[in-house]
Structure formats: structure tokens, C-alpha cells
Design a protein around this ligand. Structure first.
Ligand code: COA
Length: 442
């Protein structure tokens, strides 16, 4: 029975609908041997097509099995693992597009809710489509009682990302549709997760400070409602707009580590809650989303020590440390999101009459440029913007998760529209031919 349902699933997923469904373009053929890529490493590879002859420099290599062959894409750098029509990064020009729209155009002319819709459906919503969509998101903002209890019982000093990961997983236990794989149900779950993550973050932040959670509003944008639930008062329009732009900027970013994680989990035909809680876990790391709070820690450290930011960075580099908020696997130039955030931060600082954090970041940027030539990424400026909005530094990565849920859920729907199990291979470098000796003789 179950097997039958699973075998049917891909068909159901393709033909289900959620709201005004924009059919995917005709399914591309499955990945077959294609011209190999040339990565920054100067090697040629493709996840599915690596052949022994590609790798053979001499006869000894051809003796190896594929599993034994030398790794050509450590960290999967440069590997094309799947096809996606959601977002694209041009690392040389510093361009990011969602569904064909430049991120600069979207931050200037669209809200986060419009971007969620765009990522999911492939087209920007009309006024009535947006109204219907936002009304549905608003109706899903409250948490099930047991999930709120879980937040009440979480230790106050738990990392907020650990709390979020656990709470997202718990939400699945209280969703009757959690195991229904049909597309319309998956869209409804995506809406619930998108609507409830802000409530989880805000409720935990208040509870750990000994305050009561503020119930969600039944009006206002996601940015507005989140800031309201966090602070207990409705935000000014400027704060809402700034926060909304940050959400737009973080909504999707190609096949980054957490998105890949979500698609790997989704590809096993597991459920959306499993995939999103796994993605939250991947985003938590300091080499991915955790970098933004590390940046703020560095700025606060500089401030506390009354240190010269450029000298501080040079010292850290001399010690072999990485400077958080710099470097990227795909961009060879400045991350376009960082450029937008830098300008926003300058404006915010000027309006607030507090230029200190902006000046620190500008000095660090110059020092990194001079010392390493490595450019800032999105995390370098987002942290200090959130800080200026009054958010606690250890919440920064949860806000990244709040926004990236738009991308994760859209990627899962895309994955399930033409699913194939994601299952690469490892190069085995361990021992062979050993035999088990009796336990007393070891
Ligand atoms: N500070 C100092 N040096 C850095 C650096 C940073 N932030 N980022 C990369 N480098 C250096 C590495 O030390 C390495 O130098 P080496 O070749 O002399 O050893 C070189 O640049 C390449 O780094 P590598 O780790 O191989 O690149 P990657 O593509 O695997 O890593 C990141 C990409 C994002 C993980 C990496 O740039 C980083 O750790 N950045 C800081 C964390 C961060 O901001 N993450 C958020 C990403 S949006």
C-alpha cells in the first residue's frame, strides 16, 4: 500500500496545484554525460559523468575503480548536481537573479511576500493573487500549543538556531498533512512553515528574557509582524522596509549548503519538516549562515577593546584566522547583496546619527581588500543592520533562516516536481583486506 503510494508520488507531485500554478517548463532530459566543467581548480568534472578515462594520466590510474579515483571536486566545488530555475549567481560580474529578475530590481520594487510567491510560482503575483497569498500566510502564524510549550521549556541559553531546528521538527508532529506528499499539501505546509518560523523566533527570544510571547497580528507584512512580535510594539515604516529588504536579499542563493541539504533530504521522498529542519541545521554553521553573528561579535570585540579595526584584522589574519563575512565559494567579486546592504547601512547610520559600526565595517573592508583581496559577502553587513534594528546578535542566523525558508521550500517543490535520489559517492581511502581476530586477541 505504502509502496504503491510512493511509486505514484512523483506523478501526484507533478500534477498537484497550490494557488495559481505555473507549470514548469517541459521537463529537461535526465542528466546524461555532458561536456565537463572547468572549475576554478582547473579540473574537469561533473557529478554524474566522471569517467575513469577523464581521470587517467597514466596506466596506474586506470587500474582504480571509480570509487578509488582521485577527488576532483573537494567540497563539490564547481560541480553541477542538478538543474534549477529558481536563482542564479554570476560570480564574475557579481550578479544574482531570482527567476530572471535582478536582485537590485526586486529589492527596489517587490516585497518579501512577492518574492516568496515569485520563487514558488515562477511569476510575480497580481494584486489579487498577492492579497490571497498574504491572507493565507497571516492565517497560519499561530503555533500549536505543544510547540509553544517546547519553547517555554527550552533552556534560556540554548542557541536560537538549535531551538529553531528543534521547533521546526516538532511542528511536523502537529501537522496532519506532514506525510502527504501531494503538491497542494506541500504548498500549504510551506506556507505554515514560512508563517510560523517568525513566531518561533520571536516567542523564544521573549521567553528567554522572562517576557510573555506576543501573539501574532492578523494584519501587516511578515517583516512588520515579526518586529512587532519581537518588541511588543508595531515598527516604524523605515524599520519594516529595511527588514523587508534584508528578507528579500536572503531568500534564495543557488545551490548553497543548506539548500542542497534540503534537496538531498527531499530527494529521499522524506517530508518537508524533515528537509527544513535539516536545512536549518546546515545554515547554523559559521561557514554558512552563522557568519553574520560572528561578524557582529568581531565588531563588538573591536569596540570593547577600543582597537583600530584595520590593525585588528591584520593581527587576526597573521594568526591564521578567517575574517567572518568575507569570501565566497561562487563570487570572485563583491557579493551584490553586500553592496546593497552596505548602502542601506550607511543610510541607517546617518539617520540614527551613529556612524561607529559603519566606520568599523568600512575600515575592515579596506584592510581585507589590501591584505587579501577577498571581498565581503552578504553576512558582513547584514549583522550590523540587524544590530541597529535592535536585534540580539545570536538571533541573526535565525533571521537568515526565516528568509531562506522561501528558497528552501521552493527548491523542495522543484525537486519533487522531477525527483531523483541525490546520492553521490565517496573516495574510499581506508584499509582493505583485514580479518576479524577474536576479541581477547586484539
Ligand atoms: N578570511 C581569510 N581568509 C579567507 C577567508 C576569510 N573569510 N575566506 C577564504 N579565505 C582564504 C582561505 O584561507 C584560503 O586560503 P589558502 O588557499 O591560502 O589556504 C582561500 O581563501 C580559499 O578558501 P577556501 O576555504 O578554500 O574557500 P571556500 O570556497 O571553501 O570557502 C567560505 C568559502 C565562505 C567558507 C570562506 O570564504 C569562509 O570561510 N568565509 C568566512 C565565513 C563566511 O563569511 N561565510 C559566509 C558565506 S556567505
Amino acid at each position: 500500500m505504502l509502496l504503491k503510494a510512493l511509486l505514484k508520488a512523483p506523478l501526484m507531485l507533478r500534477h498537484g496545484s497550490c494557488g495559481p500554478y505555473v507549470p514548469a517548463a517541459a521537463s529537461p532530459p535526465r542528466v546524461v554525460p555532458r561536456p565537463a566543467l572547468t572549475s576554478r581548480l582547473g579540473t574537469s568534472h561533473s557529478l554524474f559523468t566522471q569517467t575513469l578515462t577523464d581521470m587517467a594520466d597514466d596506466d596506474t590510474v586506470t587500474e582504480l575503480t571509480q570509487e578509488d579515483a582521485p577527488i576532483k571536486a573537494r567540497g563539490l566545488e564547481g560541480v553541477i548536481a542538478l538543474e534549477s530555475s529558481l536563482s542564479s549567481i554570476d560570480g564574475d560580474t557579481g550578479t544574482l537573479i531570482y527567476r530572471g529578475y535582478d536582485i537590485r530590481d526586486l529589492t527596489a520594487h517587490a516585497t518579501y511576500e512577492e518574492v516568496i510567491y515569485l520563487l514558488r510560482h515562477g511569476a510575480l503575483p497580481t494584486r489579487s493573487e498577492l492579497d490571497e497569498f498574504t491572507a493565507h500566510l497571516r492565517s497560519e502564524r499561530s503555533l500549536p500549543g505543544p510547540v509553544l510549550d517546547l519553547l517555554r521549556n527550552a533552556p534560556d541559553d540554548s542557541p536560537p538556531m538549535a531551538v529553531l531546528r528543534t521547533a521546526v521538527s516538532a511542528l511536523g508532529m502537529y501537522d496532519e498533512e506532514a506525510e502527504v506528499l501531494e503538491r497542494a499539501a506541500n504548498c500549504r505546509k510551506a506556507d505554515r512553515i514560512l508563517a510560523q518560523i517568525p513566531t518561533i523566533i520571536a516567542a523564544f527570544d521573549r521567553l528567554r528574557k522572562g517576557r510573555d510571547p506576543v501573539p501574532p497580528l492578523d494584519h501587516g507584512s511578515m517583516a512588520h509582524n515579526f518586529l512587532y512580535m519581537l518588541n511588543g510594539e508595531e515598527p516604524h515604516a523605515a524599520a519594516e522596509k529595511t527588514f523587508d529588504v534584508c528578507l528579500v536579499l536572503h531568500a534564495d542563493h543557488g545551490l548553497n549548503a543548506s539548500t542542497f541539504t534540503s534537496r538531498v533530504i527531499g530527494s529521499t521522498l522524506s517530508d518537508m519538516y524533515s528537509a527544513i529542519s535539516g536545512a536549518v541545521g546546515a545554515l547554523k554553521g559559521p561557514l554558512h549562515g552563522g557568519a553574520n553573528q560572528e561578524v557582529m561579535r568581531m565588531l563588538l570585540d573591536i569596540d570593547e577593546q577600543d582597537a583600530d579595526p584595520a590593525a585588528y584584522v591584520r593581527e587576526r589574519l597573521a594568526d591564521g584566522d578567517r575574517i567572518m563575512g568575507f569570501g565566497h565559494r561562487v563570487y570572485n567579486t563583491m557579493d551584490p547583496r553586500a553592496a546593497i546592504l552596505r548602502d542601506m547601512m550607511r543610510e541607517l547610520s546617518e539617520e540614527a546619527g551613529e556612524m561607529k559600526w559603519y566606520e568599523y565595517t568600512a575600515a575592515i573592508h579596506d584592510a581585507m581588500e589590501a591584505e587579501t583581496g577577498i571581498a565581503p559577502n552578504v553576512d558582513f553587513f547584514s549583522g550590523s543592520i540587524y544590530y541597529q534594528l535592535g536585534l540580539a546578535p545570536d538571533l541573526f542566523t535565525t533571521i537568515f533562516a526565516l528568509s531562506r525558508t522561501a528558497g528552501w521550500t521552493a527548491h523542495l517543490l522543484e525537486q519533487w516536481s522531477d525527483n531523483r535520489l541525490i546520492r553521490p559517492r565517496a573516495q574510499y581511502v581506508g584499509a582493505r583486506g583485514r580479518t576479524v581476530s577474536p576479541i581477547d586477541e586484539r
